[in-house]
Each structure stands twice: as C-alpha cells, then as structure tokens.
Ligand binder design. Structure first.
Ligand code: SAH
Ligand code: SF4
Length: 363
C-alpha cells in the first residue's frame, strides 16, 4: 500500500487501523513514512537535540518485572547505590558539558530511608549546581505524597513507562499482584501530572505476545494521556528473567528495530511537539540505531554519566552498549551521532518540550 501521509495524519484523530498497518511498513512505504516524519520534525521541533546526563543511581529494586535483568529476584546481581559525592560529581560533569539537565534513574524502592535520601539528594544537587540543572526522576511508582515532596525539592520531570498499555499484555510481563498492578501504574501517571511534573512514559517494542494492534493502541494511549515526553525502545531479552523462556516468540532483531523506528516516526507525526528519546536499547540492535531514530523524529539523547564501576551492575537487558564507555566517550559518541543524523546539539538549554510549555500557558 502506498500511503498519502498528509491525508491520513492531518485528521483530528488518527485511525487505529492505519497506525497498525504502518507499524510493519517496509521499503517504499517505510521511506515515505520516514520522510513525512522528518518533515514534521523539522517544522515543529527543529534540528536541535537535547542532552540529558543519565545517572543510573541504584539497582536495588523491590519489584520483579518479568523482563528486567535487575529485578529483585535475580540473586546474581551485585547491588549498589551511588554515593552523594558520586552523584554530585556526575552532576558537575553534566553542568560543565552544558547538558543543563539530569536524569536520575533507579530500581524501585518506597521505603522512607530511600525517599528521604532522594529528597536530600535533590537539594544537594541544586545547591552544588546553583539551581541550574533541570532534574528528571525515573524511580517507579511512589505515593502521591512522595511525588509531591520530590517535586517540592526541585524535580521537574518524571519518567514512568506504562510498558504496555494493554492490560492483558501488562499482566503477562509482570507478576499479577498489588505491587505490579496496571491500575496502580495508571494512577501513578495521573498523580504525576496532577503534581505538576512534565510527564514521560513509554513502552517496550517487540515483547513476546505483543501485536501490532497493541502498538497502535500504545500510540493512541500516549496521545490520550497528553504526554510531554516519550521514551520507547526495543525489548531485549535477558537470560536471567522469566520472559527468557519465550524468546522463540520474539520478532527478529531486524523486525524489532524496524518496528521501533516506525513507532518513533508515527509518534512524531501524531504528537508533533513532544520530546522523544533516542534510547540506548535502540543501539543494542543496530550500531546506527540512535542515528536512525533522530532522523525519523527523536530529539532527546541521554549520555550515560554513571560512575564506570557500576555500569556492569545496571544491565536491564543483555548486550547493553556503553558499559565500558566513560562519560567523556559517551558524550563524544552521542555528539557524533547527532552530527551523523544531520542534527544540532542544543547546549545549555533545559529543553522542555514545546508541548509542556503550551499546556502550561493554557492553564
Ligand atoms: N525502576 C524504574 C526505572 C528503571 S527501569 C521503572 O521500572 O520505571 C527503566 C526501563 O527499562 C523500564 O521502564 C523498562 O521499559 C526498561 N527495560 C527493563 N528491562 C528491559 C529489557 N529487557 N529490554 C528493554 N527495556 C527494558
Ligand atoms: Fe525494578 Fe524497574 Fe526493573 Fe521493574 S523495570 S524490576 S521496577 S528496575
């Protein structure tokens, strides 16, 4: 099928059937989709790519998601948490390199020692960087009170992937119990928005049991939730996880990569002014994975600034790239990727999504 993207996408509400049919677009049809997405990107977000320094703060996790290598049930993982000093040093590195924004990501813990520690750390980072850094947290589901407290301590954005917007699929990739509840995750996303965060979510692409219908619904879900940011990446199997036994059901790496790129392109077309990340997992499937994503609509990259000694312990999936790459190399590699994609690194700006700026003005 040759598509006429303008006719299809300029409708108020994109059709599910059209999105689903384009998720496996190939050859000429795929090229047409990519060209249109690139055009939308140029018009609505421009060539700038925002950098966020990523600190993989801790791999201690009370959860047991079936796909994740650092799940609490994996006894072979050496557990760590960065010291305050290490985080401050990484934040200074980010500031010196004009990233203007930090992401603190970690396994999920809700105990008071942890939530207090993060509140203190936010405060320390702001003091050490003269309040110049925008901080994004990605620390899973917390109580409304914790979200509020961290917001008050100066966290601006929060990333919480829905992982799969289809409840049945969600329940196949998580244990079904009160700590892994689809309803609770949805509620957390709404609470984050109420609390004034810029909210990001996303899904994994190429999960066992996942269909193209599911992926089309994921795209519509992002729109319905009116997200400011989306981070999606291919699902990559990990030997020491329960989903490993279903690896024979997985689409090939090529199909997963192609679906991921089509998803990024479609998302850029239906949500023109949001921030979309070119994620590390894309690079696992193809050396040019992130370059491709930038070309078809992604506008955010997250150079890893985690102290090197912890990298091997934060393996959410197998063959994660950059495990031995120090922050300087990570920076240089990502700058090269931006250049290869024909884009421009945006230095010293917070890079809030235009979408967030507009929805804040409307209030
Ligand atoms: N604990 C937090 C943040 C760390 S996990 C949370 O779960 O929200 C960050 C993301 O890594 C998850 O949202 C998930 O989408 C991704 N991830 C985990 N295991 C993965 C795998 N095997 N392949 C690809 N992505 C994975
Ligand atoms: Fe823990 Fe996040 Fe991994 Fe789930 S995905 S096991 S919450 S680190």
């Amino acid at each position: 099928m040759m598509i006429h993207p303008e006719e299809i996408f300029e409708r108020e509400m994109p059709q599910h059937s059209v999105l689903a049919s384009l998720i496996d677009a190939q050859d000429a049809e795929q090229q047409q989709l990519f060209n249109y997405a690139a055009q939308v990107r140029a018009e609505h977000v421009g060539p700038e790519v925002y950098f966020r320094g990523l600190i993989e703060y801790s791999n201690r996790c009370t959860k047991n998601c079936y796909y994740c290598g650092v799940r609490g049930g994996n006894a072979r993982v050496h557990r760590y948490a960065c010291s305050d000093q290490e985080v401050i040093e990484a934040a200074r590195f980010a500031m010196d390199n004009h990233y203007a924004s930090l992401v603190l990501q970690s396994g999920e813990r809700m105990d008071l020692a942890f939530t207090n520690q993060i509140a203190r750390l936010l405060d320390k980072i702001h003091r050490a960087t003269g309040g110049k850094m925008h901080i994004t947290l990605s620390m899973g589901e917390q109580t409304r009170e914790t979200y509020r407290r961290w917001r008050e301590c100066g966290a601006h954005r929060y990333l919480l992937r829905i992982e799969a917007s289809n409840r049945e699929l969600f329940e196949k990739i998580h244990p079904v119990n009160c700590t892994h509840s689809f309803d609770r995750r949805m509620e957390a996303l709404l609470q984050l928005r109420d609390t004034g965060y810029q909210v990001g979510s996303g899904v994994m692409i190429g999960l066992p049991f996942q269909t193209t219908d599911d992926l089309a619904n994921d795209l519509l879900f992002f729109r319905e939730m009116d997200l400011d940011m989306v981070g999606m990446g291919p699902y990559i199997e990990h030997e020491r996880t329960p989903l490993w036994q279903y690896r024979h059901l997985l689409p090939s790496s090529d199909v997963r990569l192609s679906r991921t790129m089509n998803m990024v392109a479609l998302l850029r077309i239906i949500m023109k002014d949001i921030n979309i990340a070119a994620t590390t997992a894309m690079q696992t499937l193809h050396p040019q994975g992130r370059t491709m994503a930038l070309k078809v609509g992604a506008n955010v990259m997250m150079p890893n600034i985690t102290p090197l000694r912890y990298r091997e312990d934060y393996l959410l999936y197998a063959n994660k790239p950059g495990v031995k790459e120090n922050p300087e190399d990570s920076r240089d590699n990502l700058m090269r990727i931006v250049e290869e994609a024909g884009m421009k690194m945006a230095l010293g700006v917070w890079g809030d999504s235009r979408h967030y700026a507009e929805r804040s003005e409307k209030k």
